[in-house]
Design a protein around this ligand. Structure first.
Ligand code: AN7
Length: 357
């Protein structure tokens, strides 16, 4: 009899820092679908395999759950009664959910007015204490680091090394499913925890000869929030992709190492390009991710168009979060597609259908 799926810590227990007596705090995260794109490669006329790892199908709708199951498990093991994070939205939702699951308190610092509606609603529902600051994520992050020295709270941002341990399992899943590592792995980059975690995962599998290759890591940022492209932290990050509105990435050195060791690169894309990729994925593949996530596809398509990523490549793009989290952007994206209102009778419905065929 097969046991039902109980999350990524159980699945990859021998590669994670848990013992037989550790109480696992899990919401059955991970095991997200790896979906091969069918229509977009044909439309761009390129002979490539593009897969998207749809992390928006985690329990709270983002990849953060992979790191949070590990971080909260370890916080509880160490006796913590409360966790804290700064967040552009997804980390706060995830921290709040896992704290609820564990029966401990969650405090989240968020930038005032700059987080997507769905993320705020989730975090409230999971009953976290939300502290909005008159400042951006980077300022919130500095405050969290300071306050953790003065209050009995465990930081669960990705500076907590257990976060990256959990997140590296996404690379394991991809290799376990494909039987190989992709040639290129494309990711949106904010704090750069995720790109660092994937690189760690791919490296562990390559070192242990689970697979023979490692991908080139491609990190894509929003043009108004692109410190890795600038080569230094930036002061006032701005982008419609609020999840990655980050100017001072916390995993700077690890991400630079991932880029250099893999022969990869960082690049930046405008809000317009990011939103176009988000719409394209929804419209032509039926996959609805949040704006920040679409930076991975925007980058892959651009690098394919210039030949930087050659034809014949196998590419994985991580779609970090679910599109439903940001309904306001989605409605703006579709402002021209106004629903028609008609009389409630058969004739009118028939006409409405025939008119738009
Ligand atoms: C959808 O929630 O930093 O490069 O505070 O929510 O590992 O930071 C979110 C980041 C990409 C960037 N896509 O990942 C937070 C937060 C989505 C995200 C990123 C985030 P990192």
């Amino acid at each position: 009899m097969q046991k039902h799926y109980t999350g990524l810590i159980e699945r990859y227990r021998d590669r994670l820092p848990v013992s037989a007596s550790t109480r696992i705090i899990s919401l059955a995260e991970g095991a997200t679908p790896l979906i091969q794109l069918q229509n977009i490669p044909r439309m761009i006329g390129k002979d490539v395999e593009i897969y998207v790892k749809f992390e928006g199908l985690n329990p709270t709708g983002s990849f953060k759950d992979r790191g949070m199951t590990m971080a909260v498990t370890k916080a509880v093991e160490a006796g913590s009664q409360a966790i804290i994070c700064a967040s552009t939205g997804n980390t706060s939702a995830s921290a709040a959910a896992y704290a609820a699951r564990a029966g401990i308190k969650a405090f989240v610092l968020i930038p005032d007015g700059k987080i997507a509606l769905g993320k705020l609603a989730q975090t409230l529902m999971y009953n976290a204490t939300i502290i909005q600051i008159n400042g951006n994520f980077d300022q919130g992050m500095e405050l969290v680091k300071e306050v953790a020295n003065h209050a009995p709270v465990s930081i669960v941002n990705s500076i907590n090394p257990f976060r990256l341990e959990g997140q590296k399992t996404a690379a394991f899943e991809i290799v376990d499913e494909l039987g190989f590592a992709p040639d290129y792995h494309c990711l949106p980059v904010g704090n750069a925890g995720n790109i660092s975690a994937y690189w760690k995962g791919y490296n562990e599998y390559a070192t242990d000869r689970v697979c023979g290759n490692r991908p080139v890591m491609c990190g894509y940022q929003a043009a108004g929030a692109a410190p890795f492209v600038a080569g230094h932290p930036i002061e006032n990050p701005e982008t419609v992709a609020t999840a990655i509105r980050i100017g001072n990435p916390q995993s700077w050195d690890l991400a630079i190492a991932a880029q250099q060791e893999s022969g990869g690169w960082f690049d930046k894309f405008t809000d317009q390009q990011i939103l176009a990729a988000q719409k394209m994925l929804s419209q032509f593949e039926g996959i609805f991710c949040e704006p920040a996530s679409a930076a991975s596809l925007a980058g892959a398509l651009y690098d394919l168009s210039t030949g930087k990523i050659p034809e014949g490549s196998k590419i994985v793009c991580t779609l970090t979060g679910n599109g439903i989290k940001d309904p306001e952007i989605a409605m703006q994206q579709c402002a021209d597609a106004k629903p028609v209102t008609i009389e409630a009778n058969l004739d009118a419905v028939k006409r409405a259908i025939l008119d738009s065929m």
